[in-house]
Design a protein. Structure first.
Length: 412
């Protein structure tokens, strides 16, 4: 039996309202800053929802020609920016690499909604003819293709969509490609741009958005007794993943190791979560990592802030970690960044890298009263922990799609 390769992270990147570099993003998380604020991506005068986590303007890559920029959607440009930053951090020069051994997997929960909404408004309201590029620019594969074409990569190139688990599906698929020897380098992550009028209205109609429409500090409150729904956000995060052998060969700085991961399905309901599926996913991720539950030093919860999802996730974590759970720090990003859909898992992974490096347990500042019956180790002010070596990160998506990853401090 062939020994599976170890997979390490050598580059990371982020685009978020809390910062467009991992360093700035991490600093603002630790300070308890909010990325949520007034929505500026469309006129909200007719919308009930006034608050979201906007990327306005969208950060732009610096290595595209004017024609390449014109031939790229907003989502592709956002993804290209993150890919460029991750590659720079990793110190990769693809002119010195076998590009057949390098690929891209990108995850998005939605299509390129900003551009598609503009297209429909132009066609049906302004009687503006459709651009001949509307289809190639807005195919779900466009972000991955844009990245691959920029660097001339010839390996596996694909896009995946598994709702808000999309970014983690992309990363887990990439881990398997490297671990099983098909690729040496993968660019993997998630990106979503959802703060457009049509989609915000659709989420309002689902009645899962927080009823607090204007105060950013009260919009999304995971695990709080008075929580009442989610907030929406835009964002992206991409990583350079490599086999350990390849990273060593080129003298790369290793940020962390992905030691385990698992994906499964509840197959129960389009929107309601199921503890059984979540439990299996966490347990199998730990088994893949060859770790016992008591080895986990921190959990990055999915923690959407809805009445049902938070309680279900708590019950699932309790079933896996039992009495140990009350001593394991639990945190979540969505109180400060909203739900960034396919980017939410990767954005948690960027934060987890900060935790592994510093040992800092950042706050959920708007948690006032824990839900009755929920006993979790959550901080409102942040604190430094003595040892953090293994972090479990959860993503539990619509359609009953679950993906969990275990990321660890790299050890020889």
């Amino acid at each position: 039996m062939t020994t599976k390769k170890r997979v390490v992270i050598t580059g990371s990147s982020i685009a978020s309202p809390l910062g467009n570099t991992p360093e700035t993003y991490w600093q603002n998380l630790c300070r308890g800053h909010y990325g949520l604020g007034p929505i500026t991506t469309f006129d909200t005068s007719e919308s009930k929802t006034k608050v979201g986590a906007c990327l306005n303007p969208i950060p732009m890559p610096t290595n595209l020609t004017p024609l390449e920029e014109k031939m790229s959607s907003n989502l592709s440009l956002l993804s290209a920016y993150c890919a460029e930053q991750a590659i720079l951090q990793a110190g990769l020069d693809f002119s010195q690499e076998d590009v057949r051994q390098a690929g891209v997997v990108m995850g998005s929960g939605f299509l390129n909604l900003y551009d598609l909404e503009d297209f429909y408004q132009g066609l049906y309201q302004a009687n503006r003819p459709a651009s001949p590029t509307i289809i190639p620019l807005n195919m779900s594969s466009a972000p991955a293709s844009r990245i691959a074409m920029t660097y001339g990569l010839k390996g596996v190139i694909k896009s995946v969509s598994t709702a808000c688990a999309s970014g983690f599906t992309a990363i887990l698929d990439s881990v398997h490609l490297i671990r099983d020897g098909y690729q040496e380098i993968m660019l993997a992550g998630g990106s979503d741009l959802i703060l457009c009028k049509t989609i915000v209205h659709a989420w309002e109609r689902m009645r899962v958005l927080s009823k607090e429409r204007e105060n950013p500090t009260m919009v999304c409150r995971p695990f709080d007794k008075d929580r009442d729904g989610i907030a929406l956000g835009d964002g992206a995060a991409i990583f350079v993943l490599e086999s350990l052998e390849h990273a060593r060969q080129r003298g790369a700085t290793i940020l962390a190791e992905i030691v385990g991961g698992f994906q499964n399905a509840d197959s129960l309901d389009l929107v309601k979560p199921d503890s059984k599926g979540e439990i299996i996913c966490m347990e199998q991720a730990l088994q893949e990592a060859n770790l016992e539950a008591n080895a986990i030093d921190m959990i990055y919860a999915h923690a959407t802030g809805t009445r049902l999802n938070d309680v279900t996730e708590y019950q699932s974590m309790l079933a896996v970690f039992k009495e140990q759970l009350e001593n394991i720090p639990v945190c979540g990003l969505k109180s400060m960044l909203g739900h960034t859909m396919g980017a939410s898992g990767p954005m948690s992974l960027v934060a987890a890298l900060g935790t592994l490096k510093s040992g800092y347990f950042y706050p959920i500042p708007n948690l006032n009263r824990l839900e009755e019956g929920v006993d979790l180790f959550i901080t409102k002010t942040g604190q430094t922990l003595s040892d953090v070596h293994h972090i479990l990160i959860n993503t539990f998506a619509f359609g009953g799609i679950n993906v969990c990853l275990v990321v660890s401090t790299f050890r020889e």
